[in-house]
Design a protein around this ligand. Structure first.
Ligand code: GRF
Length: 189
């Protein structure tokens, strides 16, 4: 049985998708051993509703070290599911190949510092992109620079808004995230 720790900062719909994917067996032979948030958020409540150990570590300088101190030693994978803090270099290096993130665009485009949430969707629309999508990738100390695990795209329509784009991206995320997690657990780096 593989152990997953999920980090969240927001509504946690991706966390919910992972919970459902574990329950349905889509993510095979795995359990979520812990959910950690860097702020009070709905994602934390979702974890509690599903009897998953839920911790709040306030965002800030000490986050990575504090997370390391409570991480179960048998953790196989750390999943960033709408998580907004940056994990420090030391943390990323000590869990190299064991941290993955979902990004709401087609990396390597529209990644890096400041590229999160609606900022990404606005940049995609302003850039006149014909396509957007979502990317699951390994986390390294370079923001959004780690190896891509899975990516899926869709057409950006002529009347697209930030809200409609965000909804389409979420649908793609719900498709590729469980698949990527299952893949990484089965074939670790
Ligand atoms: C997702 O679109 C994710 O890619 C981005 O933030 C959003 C999180 O949504 N980083 P949720 O908290 O999973 O609902």
């Amino acid at each position: 049985m593989k152990n997953i720790v999920v980090l969240v900062s927001g509504t946690g719909t991706n966390l919910q998708r992972i919970i459902d994917g574990v329950d349905s067996g889509e993510i095979g032979d795995a359990k979520i051993s812990m959910v950690v948030a860097d702020r009070q958020c709905l994602g934390l409540e979702r974890a509690k509703d599903h009897q998953i150990a839920a911790h709040l570590i306030p965002r800030g300088e000490a986050f990575s070290a504090d997370l390391k101190s409570i991480l179960p030693p048998d953790t196989d994978l750390i999943v960033l599911a709408g998580f907004l803090s940056i994990l420090n270099k030391e943390f990323c290096e000590s869990f190299s190949g064991k941290i993955i993130n979902i990004h709401p665009a087609l990396l390597p485009k529209f990644g890096g510092k400041g590229m999160w949430g609606t900022h990404v969707h606005r940049a995609v629309l302003e850039g006149g992109e014909k396509q957007s999508g979502a990317t699951v990738h390994f986390v390294t100390s370079g923001i959004d620079e780690g190896e891509i695990i899975l990516q899926k795209s869709f057409e950006v329509s002529a009347d697209e808004t930030i809200e409609s784009l965000a909804a389409k991206v979420h649908d793609v995320e719900f498709e590729i995230f469980p698949e990527a997690i299952d893949k990484v657990l089965k074939f670790p780096l």
